[in-house]
Each structure stands twice: as C-alpha cells, then as structure tokens.
Design a protein around this ligand. Structure first.
Ligand code: CP
Ligand code: NVA
Length: 320
C-alpha cells in the first residue's frame, strides 16, 4: 500500500517517532541514505509542485532530494497544465509513471486527496490551506533537540488559530503526546472537526488540547511558544483587518514572561516582526527558529525515505 503524508495524523505516534529518529540520523550523516539513486525504484526524479510561493520548502526539498541521490523537478505556479488545462487526476496519472514521489504545495486539501487517490507513489503535502505537516516534523525535531523529549511538554500557539499551522500544531503536537494550547480571537479558532480529531488522537497518546481566547491562559508555564503570520497566503486582501484583530496575541516579552523560564520559541517563517512576534523575541536567546528552518531539510529527507520504504519502493532503513 502506498503511504502518503497529507495531514499530520497520517503518521501514528510510533511512526512519527521513527521519522524523527531518522531525521536525527540524517542530520548527523547527511548522505546516509540514497533511495533515489538506488536500483530499487529506477526513478531518480521527484516532482515538487508549487501553487503558492516558497523559500524554505522549495530549497529544503530541492537540497534534500539531491542529498538522497535524486533529481528535484521544481514546477512553479502556472508552469504546468495542472489546475487550468488538466485535472489533478489526469496530471497525477502521468506523473506517477515517471517520478518517485510527488510533493505539492497548494490551496485545497481536496486536491491533495485526489492526487493521492490516483498515485502509486507517495504524495506529500508541502502546505495546503488546511495543514503544513512537513513544517511540524521540523518543529517537533527542533523541540526534541532542545528539550530532549516531546511527550508531556506543553506547547502554546498564539494568533490565527484557524490556519494551517494551528491545525498542524494541534494534530502533530498531540500525536507526539504533547499538551497543545491554542489562543486566538473568536471567529479565528480551529474548526471543531480539527479539535475533535486532535482530541481523539490525544486520547491515544496522553496529550491534550486546549482552545481559548485568552493568550495568558495558553502561554502560562508553556515549554514551547509558537506563532505564525496573521495573514496567510491567499488572505492578503484581509491584511489590515487581521492585523487589528490579532493585536493582543503577539508573542512578545510580556507573553514570554508568563511561559516557562527555559521556554523555546518557534516560528515557521517568514516572520513579520512587530505583528505576530516582536523583534526582540524572534531574534532573542529563546528563539530556535533558525534550527527549525534547517530542520526542514533533515525532517523531509527522513519523511521521503520513510514513505518510500513503507510503500514497498525501497528497503526499510535503520535510523541509527
Ligand atoms: N515555513 C515555510 O514553509 O516557508 P516557505 O513558505 O518559505 O516555504
Ligand atoms: N500560514 C502561513 C504559513 C507559511 C509557511 C501561510 O499559509 O501562508
């Protein structure tokens, strides 16, 4: 059965830990696994398709695929027939005959689901309107590096709780057994279906979910404090209104004073200093955002290796 990674909960707690262990191993030994170079698939190319702009995702997948012995085929917005002249299903039926894996940054989650339904090779969500699961693998790897564990830690996310990052923090965080608290204004809290899915996963892992409008309640004693832009890609027309709405959810020195003394700060980047995060916090000693950005490379390499192996396309690699 082909394994895809469309949403954070596509990996169980144990599987997520396997990917993170492999990511740590690949960080120590960058060229340890070369699944795209081997004879097992006969296919070196990985398609990486962008319907939205990107710096980190684009570079980390391109570099990571090269490291794994493959060739990245980056297809920018409007550069293929996908989405205007050709359906997702027809495009996928062509790609899956030629490439090892398909990575796609797009708008609708339904498009990714349609792609996966038509693909015999792994499909990876490189950000949709609903989730950013690759980012969360890097975030969890970073937290583990700095805190030595995940289960039992409290992560507080402030700001737009109805966006892809908030959803992924909830789902990936509880999968790891963390206590995830998100705080944002009414009207910008997570969809109840996400909350239910996160609560169900938390039941299995010992994690928990807290949804609140009170930033202080979310951040009190937290081990990890995270935020994201208030204006996600595609929401640019709402920029002024959003900057007003989210004003009391800035991750600044006052917010950090309520978190644990040794709390670390995450931001997927790009960051807007003075809005969702103050410059002194983003550029300060508790910030681990540059480790987090680097870890996109290692985490996604591990993910690609793992998905190929668990789809029967290569052997199962050892993490250590
Ligand atoms: N964090 C992240 O996904 O960054 P890019 O939009 O630059 O890829
Ligand atoms: N929520 C942001 C994340 C960017 C990496 C967006 O979707 O634009």
């Amino acid at each position: 059965m082909t394994r895809h990674f469309l949403v954070d909960t596509d990996l169980t707690q144990a599987e997520q830990a396997e990917v993170l262990d492999l990511a740590d191993a690949l960080k120590k030994d960058r060229y340890k696994h070369q699944p795209f170079a081997g004879e097992s698939t006969g296919r070196k190319t990985v398609a990486v398709i962008f319907d939205k702009t990107s710096t980190r995702t684009r570079v980390s997948f391109a570099a990571g695929i090269s490291d794994l012995g493959g060739v990245p085929l980056i297809i920018g917005a409007g550069e293929s027939q996908l989405g205007h002249k050709e359906s997702v299903a027809d495009t996928t039926k062509v790609l899956e005959r030629m490439v090892s894996t398909i990575v796609w940054r797009t708008y609708a989650q339904a498009g990714l689901e349609e792609m996966a339904a038509n693909s015999s090779v792994p499909v990876i969500n490189a950000l949709s309107d609903d989730y950013h699961p690759c980012q969360l693998l890097a975030d969890l790897m970073t937290i583990r590096e700095h805190k030595g564990k995940l289960a039992g830690l409290t992560l507080a996310y402030l700001g737009d709780c109805a966006n892809n990052m908030a959803n992924s923090y909830l789902l990936a965080g509880v999968t790891a057994g963390m206590h995830v608290r998100v705080a944002g204004p009414l009207g910008y809290l997570p969809d109840p279906r996400i909350v239910d899915a996160a609560a169900a996963r938390a039941e299995e892992t010992g994690g928990s979910v807290t949804i609140t409008t009170d930033a202080a309640e979310a951040v009190a004693g937290a081990d990890v404090v995270a935020t994201d832009t208030w204006v996600s890609m595609g929401q640019e027309a709402e920029k002024a209104a959003r900057q007003e709405l989210f004003r009391s959810y800035t991750v600044d020195a006052d917010a950090m004073a309520q978190a644990a003394e040794d709390a670390v700060v995450l931001h997927c980047l790009p960051a807007y200093r003075g809005y969702e995060i103050s410059a002194d916090v983003l550029d300060g000693p508790q910030s681990v955002v540059w480790d987090e950005a680097e870890n996109r490379l290692h985490a996604q390499k591990a993910l690609m290796v793992w998905l190929m192996a668990h789809s029967g396309l290569t052997g199962i690699p050892e993490a250590r």
